[in-house]
Design a protein around this ligand. Structure first.
Ligand SMILES: N[C@@H](CCC(=O)N[C@@H](CS)C(=O)NCC(=O)O)C(=O)O
Length: 210
């Protein structure tokens, strides 16, 4: 497409979709969004699976290029749409962004995803209190590690937001709003306040949990 516009498949309640939409705002990438996933379906159709064999959201199409895996989409858009501010080219600075992108996907989501499902998507009578307690403790430990990394800096990889902030923000919003006892983590809370001042966070991420 000549105007650089892309198509994004995914419901706006998905954190993995939210980070992509927020990045589109940051980089002024025009996009068409098609609801998919959850109650919208679409992601189980053969046409969708031909694009994304995982059948998950988001999927992005940029001309003939099809992308899936939300963090890979973030990297691609930053690389192709002038996103150096959010995804530095310098290998050392980039490695810090990569670290937290991978940590979000490979570590934090392992606690946050089932915790979110237990507390928001599972009927109260079917919830497992022991599992919720264990997941809450693990998530608190992990958020505590990020709290330590945030000491003395405004954002996850330094003084300005990067892809790492965009990718972790949906989990943070969930953590701050899930009905559970959270330990006091001052640096994390200050980061949350900073993110809450960003229009893309407010528009796409800070919505009621469902
Ligand atoms: N690692 C994948 C995970 C994608 C994923 O789990 N997407 C969820 C929504 S957050 C999904 O498609 N769930 C099924 C559905 O919405 O129907 C990514 O980062 O894109």
């Amino acid at each position: 497409m000549t105007d650089g516009s892309i198509t994004v498949w995914g419901r706006t309640t998905s954190g993995n979709v939210q980070k992509v939409l927020w990045l589109c705002d940051e980089l002024a990438v025009p996009f068409q969004r098609i609801d998919a996933g959850g109650r919208f379906g679409v992601n189980d159709t053969p046409a969708y699976r031909a694009m994304n064999p995982m059948g998950l959201v988001p999927t992005v199409k940029d001309g003939d290029v099809v992308l899936w895996e939300s963090n890979a989409i973030l990297r691609y858009l930053a690389d192709t749409r002038g996103g150096e501010r959010l995804y530095p080219r310098d290998p050392i600075r980039r490695s810090v962004v990569e670290r937290w992108l991978d940590w979000g996907l490979g570590t934090l989501s392992g606690a946050m995803q089932p915790l979110f499902w237990q507390l928001i998507r599972t009927p109260e009578a079917e919830r497992d209190p022991a599992r919720i307690a264990a997941l809450t403790a693990e998530a608190a430990r992990l958020w505590g590690i990020l709290d330590g990394a945030l000491a003395g800096q405004g954002f996850v990889a330094g003084d300005g937001p990067t892809l790492a902030d965009l990718a972790l923000a949906p989990w943070l919003h969930r953590w701050m709003h899930l009905p559970l006892d959270r330990p006091s983590l001052p640096n994390l809370e200050a980061w949350h306040a900073r993110l809450s001042g960003l229009p893309g966070y407010r528009r796409w991420v800070a919505i009621p949990l469902s």
